[in-house]
Design a binder for this molecule. Structure first.
Ligand SMILES: Nc1ncnc2c1ncn2[C@@H]1O[C@H](COP(=O)(O)OP(=O)(O)OP(=O)(O)O)[C@@H](O)[C@H]1O
Ligand SMILES: [Mg+2]
Length: 306
């Protein structure tokens, strides 16, 4: 399902789903299709699919996959002084022939080291939002972190907290305490992943804030590579794995608009969709505005044009 459209006077391939016949598919997520290159490598293809309210929409956002791939690649390199990672190459011309023969994969593909992924999501929160805010409202704490009373929705925490979650197959991930995480991956690994996660969040969020983007929280995944080393895997600090807010619009006491999906969510709310699949199509205006936001996120963070 690849449809060419003309955008900014050039052909753009809209990629809503990939079916690469000569490479084995291992997972189709909401946005990314993962293939097996060989025993040691995977191919991660970011499509132009977009999800909202946990549902994949029928309308793709042109170039979204390319933008997400470029944002992740930027951060993997930016974080190299803190952690090793799985990215082998995002340069399409360096990829095996089996990949290069499919030109539409250009720009949206990464070859990565295949890792044994720890079955926990390493979440760091600098602000009180989403499930963290919900937990706080009912228990005054998040994942075992007791927080002061009287905090408001979206309030900046006095320091970022590590709030792990289990990776559930279907539905929502469940927040767990560090002790519960230690029962799954061990105490030693828990300490290491916590320390890496907090360092990554600190460095990336300081940098993003200087450029006008608040990274309210983020979800990281780690694995063990062939040599037994801990590496950062999956996608990193993208709008799909993190909560990005525009710093200039930041306020507490509300749930700030999402930097990237604001128009999509507002539109879906405005037409009264019941948030059950199938999701409705997006009108061209919303698609364009959303694409602009993704491009803006990339350009703001990297200082480059795509
Ligand atoms: N280097 C790697 N080695 C092995 N597995 C990896 C690596 N990087 C990422 N993964 C795994 O690939 C999968 C990526 O799936 P993806 O996030 O696209 O979909 P999902 O998690 O099934 O659903 P969702 O779209 O809701 O996130 C995850 O299970 C992730 O742990
Ligand atoms: Mg995932």
């Amino acid at each position: 399902m690849i449809n060419p459209v003309i955008l900014h006077h050039r052909y753009i391939m809209l990629v809503t789903r990939t079916d690469i016949d000569n490479i084995k598919l291992v997972n189709r997520g909401k946005v990314r299709d993962i293939y097996e290159i060989d025993e040691r490598h995977l191919l991660i293809v970011a499509t132009d699919r977009i999800s909202a309210f946990d549902c994949v929409l029928p309308t793709p956002i042109p170039r979204k996959g390319e933008i997400l791939t470029a944002i992740s690649a930027f951060w993997f390199r930016f974080l190299e002084d803190i952690t090793a990672h799985h990215l082998v190459t995002d340069n399409f011309d360096e990829m095996p022939d089996s990949v290069r023969m499919h030109e539409y994969l250009r720009g949206r593909s990464m070859i990565v080291k295949r890792a044994k992924v720890f079955p926990v999501e390493c979440v760091v929160r600098g602000y009180l939002a989403g499930s963290g805010w919900k937990d706080y409202l009912s228990t005054n704490s998040v994942c075992g972190h007791k927080l002061p009373p009287g905090l408001r929705e979206s309030e900046k925490l006095s320091e970022p907290i590590f709030t792990p979650a289990t990776k559930s197959q279907k539905g929502h991930d469940e927040n767990i305490t560090e002790e519960e995480m230690a029962e799954i991956v061990g105490r030693n690994i828990t300490e290491k992943l916590k320390s890496l996660s907090l360092q990554i969040y600190q460095k990336a969020s300081d940098y993003a804030l200087k450029r006008g983007i608040i990274i309210a929280d983020t979800k990281l995944e780690f694995g063990i590579d062939e040599s037994g080393q801990i590496i950062l895997v999956d996608e990193v600090l993208t709008p799909d794995s993190s909560r990005f807010w525009a710093a200039k619009d930041y306020k507490t006491g509300i749930s700030p608009a999402s930097f990237d999906k604001q128009f999509v969510r507002d539109y879906l709310e405005s037409i009264g969709w019941n948030k059950k699949p199938p999701a409705p199509e997006l009108p061209p205006k919303i698609v364009q505005a959303t694409q602009k936001r993704y491009l803006q996120a990339y350009e703001t963070l990297t200082g480059r044009k795509l």
